[in-house]
Write a protein of this length. Structure first.
Length: 282
């Protein structure tokens, strides 16, 4: 049983998967395995993945296209490591990625990191280079998803307790963060960049209807509702709000911003205010 399993779902990724695999292997400890789950039929991606020779690498080719969520769940159920990480087939793992995350697990159950965005003929640009505590993530999630899913490393027991990837969702990571917090997990974001995150027009999140599908997704609505009710933020619903459409009085929204550390408040203020409808207090 290895310490760590890194799961990399792949579909039509022949142009990028080899570099993604090599970067993940370079960053992984010796006591780890990389499962590349090719969501077929996709011979070209499988051939490119199989060019890499490493005893820690396993390429699984599914003849049926099941989708990323199903790929992740199947790999989760058929491996037995203590820790599980997610990697994307078009991203680059930084050399220090897993070393930093494993160290951070001393005080957390799920760890994500910052990222450097690149691609689409734009200059590389960093994401928010600040850490977020589990409390801060819980406060901000109803307004923004502050975590890069492809940078995740987690305890297997935490993912199973959150029933991760068990149900199809347009935003499986967003649902998983809520469900993990509801199960009592500590979820943190490191300030250090852990991945280079490739931007492309083929990304699911680039589709024009993506945002609408996310906030109308039954799993998103369920997890969002359960979280705000469990944390005393049910005013987000009582005010007529919904996932993607938070609404609150100025006092209510300011209570969220004041709940984070001083160094996090500019980031929180930007996202809470830009995402929300401010109601007039009667």
């Amino acid at each position: 049983m290895p310490l760590l399993t890194v799961i990399m779902p792949a579909y039509k990724a022949q142009a990028t998967i080899e570099s993604a695999i090599r970067s993940a292997l370079r960053a992984m400890p010796r006591d780890a395995e990389l499962i590349v789950a090719v969501d077929g039929p996709d011979e070209r991606t499988a051939e490119c993945a199989q060019r890499v020779k490493d005893s820690r690498l396993s390429v699984r080719v599914d003849p049926i296209n099941r989708g990323t969520v199903a790929c992740m769940r199947r790999c989760l159920e058929t491996t037995d490591s203590k820790l599980v990480a997610r990697a994307d087939a078009d991203d680059i793992s930084m050399p220090w990625r897993f070393r930093s995350e494993i160290s951070a697990l001393k005080h957390a159950d799920i760890v994500c990191g910052s990222a450097v965005r690149f691609g689409q003929a734009t200059l590389p640009r960093p994401s928010y280079f600040g850490s977020l505590t589990s409390k801060e993530i819980g406060l901000l999630l109803p307004f923004v998803n502050p975590l890069f899913h492809p940078s995740m490393l987690a305890r297997r027991t935490t993912l199973l307790a959150a029933n991760a990837y068990a149900e199809h969702s347009a935003a499986e990571d967003y649902v998983m963060w809520f469900d993990a917090l509801l199960s009592g997990a500590a979820v943190v974001k490191l300030a250090v960049p852990l991945i280079a995150y490739r931007l492309s027009r083929s990304q699911i999140s680039s589709a024009p209807d993506y945002v609408g599908r996310v906030y109308e997704d039954p799993q998103v609505i369920r997890a969002y509702t359960a979280w705000v009710q469990a944390t005393g933020m049910s005013w987000l619903l009582d005010n007529g709000g919904a996932p993607g459409r938070p609404a609150g009085t100025r006092e209510q929204l300011e209570s969220v911003i004041s709940g984070v550390r001083p160094q996090t408040r500019p980031y929180a203020r930007h996202h809470v205010r830009s995402a929300s409808t401010v109601l007039t207090e009667s």
